[in-house]
Design a protein around this ligand. Structure first.
Ligand SMILES: [Mn+2]
Length: 326
């Protein structure tokens, strides 16, 4: 892996250029969106021209975030920038159509917390111990004394709160809470933002869960749990891909389960696999890497070519092998 640059080098690059494009991974989560918007607001406050792209656009459920309206889908006609910034994105292909929409950029900055980050770009800052890319962004903003407002704080809170599973995952550190104390002091209303982030779901999400529970399987003596979603069910329920976010935690939380897997049929004969582990001895990033995917030790994913039932059988076998021979 490449060596990290310093926050001072990144801050200097931000201060000395004018036109920026800020990007994050496709199928964005709260960390991806929160980071994109937080950095965009920060750059705007510095008087910069900022374009914010995500391959899949903004998340419906994060529309409440100040600045989320800045997020656009990348255009067909490529544009020129001084600096391209990728946040929370382990590989360039995970940016979807964004790189193709950049005709020129003098400098690429890559800020991330995925251990599987390939180290692309000119200025690279990877901290795989940070629970969220949003935590790294906070450290950058504070260390370099960049603009920091209530709106930026709300977006960073969203990034950190979602990637730590509401501060429940073991990646949550003392530093995370110190940062959150500063975010609250800067204007975050914990009750209000938690209600928006974690206690508000469309009814179709529950309908989706009902359908998924009907496909639930326990293998490996109940230590692996999985369910699968067909395109037919997605159509029937009218689900969007946002609705599936977090449903895997229902499996992971079951007593005796150490690895949970969620199989999602995609168009064009592919399957999206999401995996969660309860124990670092069962490294789901390693299991997903066997199928061309990656992520973190306790949370990873892959996109696998093949029919749903075939992929399900292959991946479940790999999970069972990993559980039996840790
Ligand atoms: Mn993240």
């Amino acid at each position: 892996m490449s060596t990290n640059c310093t926050f001072a080098q990144i801050a200097e690059a931000l201060r000395s250029h004018q036109r920026f494009v800020v990007m994050s991974h496709l199928r964005p989560d709260g960390d991806a969106i929160g980071c994109e918007v937080a950095l965009a607001l920060c750059l705007k406050a510095m008087g910069k021209e900022v374009t914010v792209w995500n391959h899949d656009g903004a998340l419906e459920k994060l529309r409440f975030l100040p600045g989320s309206e800045l997020i656009q889908s990348p255009p067909a006609e490529p544009l020129d920038f001084d600096v391209a910034i990728a946040l929370d994105t382990s590989t360039q292909p995970r940016l979807g159509d964004c790189p193709a929409a950049i005709r020129s950029a003098k400098l690429w900055i890559n800020i991330d917390h995925h251990i599987s980050n390939t180290g692309y770009g000119d200025l690279i800052y990877i901290d795989s111990h940070a629970p969220a890319a949003g935590q790294i962004l906070f450290e950058l903003i504070r260390a370099a004394d960049l603009p920091f407002t209530a709106a930026i704080a709300e977006n960073l809170w969203t990034a950190i709160a979602t990637d730590t599973g509401s501060f429940q995952y073991s990646n949550t550190t003392a530093r995370t809470f110190e940062i959150c104390a500063e975010l609250i002091a800067a204007g975050v209303n914990v009750g209000k933002i938690s209600e928006c982030l974690f206690q508000t779901h469309p009814r179709r999400r529950l309908e989706l869960l009902r359908a998924l529970l009907n496909t639930m399987q326990f293998t490996c003596d109940g230590r692996a749990a999985s369910f699968a979603l067909t395109l037919a069910t997605v159509a029937e329920v009218g689900a969007t891909h946002e609705d599936t976010e977090g449903l895997i935690d229902t499996l992971r939380g079951t007593e005796g389960v150490v690895v949970a897997a969620f199989f999602e049929e995609l168009p064009e004969g592919r399957v999206r696999v999401s995996m969660r582990s309860k124990d670092p001895r069962y490294d789901v990033c390693k299991i997903c890497a066997q199928f061309g995917g990656g992520g973190h030790v306790l949370a990873a994913g892959a996109r696998v070519v093949g029919e749903l039932a075939t992929v399900e059988a292959k991946v479940l076998k790999a999970i069972n092998d990993a559980i039996q021979h840790p």
